[in-house]
Design a protein around this ligand. Structure first.
Ligand code: GRF
Length: 209
């Protein structure tokens, strides 16, 4: 299966997916809306196709998304992965990739959609935090949840210490989800994702749906 990964910055989640060498999965391009995204350089050094499509060069969101779709589609992806891609996408974009567009978000959705998730978790006195990987629909951070990783919030946590703890789980979980997607193990029923790869039906230790 062919995967296009969209990033805006560091790209550590993209790196985790590339380095996992997932069977039957090939990262065919890494695309950023910022030319200076550090992750682009990392990907190019590993011989991956990279592109920068800068949103400032376009008149508006629709024009940018239309151009982005054209570039993505040139790679004929089976999966488009939003890995730290910091742009809100138009309903047309989400519809175009329905069922093959996955995002990783640094909170336990439906808590804290949007930005500054770790600060908001700390401000709310949450004792757990984490990340959510979900199919993308037109409503921001609301699509069917595929998997979640949970970490404790500990005394003295700052945004940085909490973000680091969550990021480790992100790097573990995202390649697993990509592997499940390319193996056709993710079945969406309404707002619920059933994962056919899970054998312990009582869900005792598994955090995936
Ligand atoms: C991650 O925390 C991801 O969940 C969020 O943005 C951050 C991106 O980090 N969407 P990186 O670029 O993958 O290192």
């Amino acid at each position: 299966k062919r995967i296009v990964i969209l990033i805006s910055g560091r790209g550590s989640n993209m790196q985790a997916v590339v380095q996992a060498n997932i069977a039957q999965a090939k990262v065919v391009a890494v695309i950023s809306n910022r030319a200076d995204a550090a992750g682009l350089q990392w990907a190019a050094q590993r011989g991956l196709a990279t592109e920068a499509i800068c949103h400032q060069d376009y008149a508006g969101r629709e024009a940018f998304d239309t151009a982005l779709m054209a570039r993505i589609d040139a790679y004929q992806p089976d999966l488009v992965l939003l890995a730290g891609f910091m742009r809100i996408l138009t309903p047309e974009f989400c519809e175009h990739y329905a069922g093959r567009l996955i995002n990783i978000h640094p909170s336990l959705l439906p808590a804290f959609p949007g930005l500054h998730t770790h600060q908001r978790a700390l401000d709310s006195g949450c004792r757990v935090a984490g990340c959510t990987i979900h199919f993308v629909t037109a409503q921001l951070d609301c699509g069917p949840i595929i998997a979640q990783g949970v970490v404790p919030v500990v005394n003295g946590d700052t945004v940085d210490t909490l973000a680091q703890r969550v990021l480790r789980v992100e790097h573990e979980l995202l390649p697993q989800v990509v592997a499940d997607f390319v193996a056709d193990n993710l079945v969406v029923e309404g707002n619920r994702v059933n994962n056919l790869s899970i054998v312990n039906e009582d869900g005792s230790v598994c955090l995936k749906n």
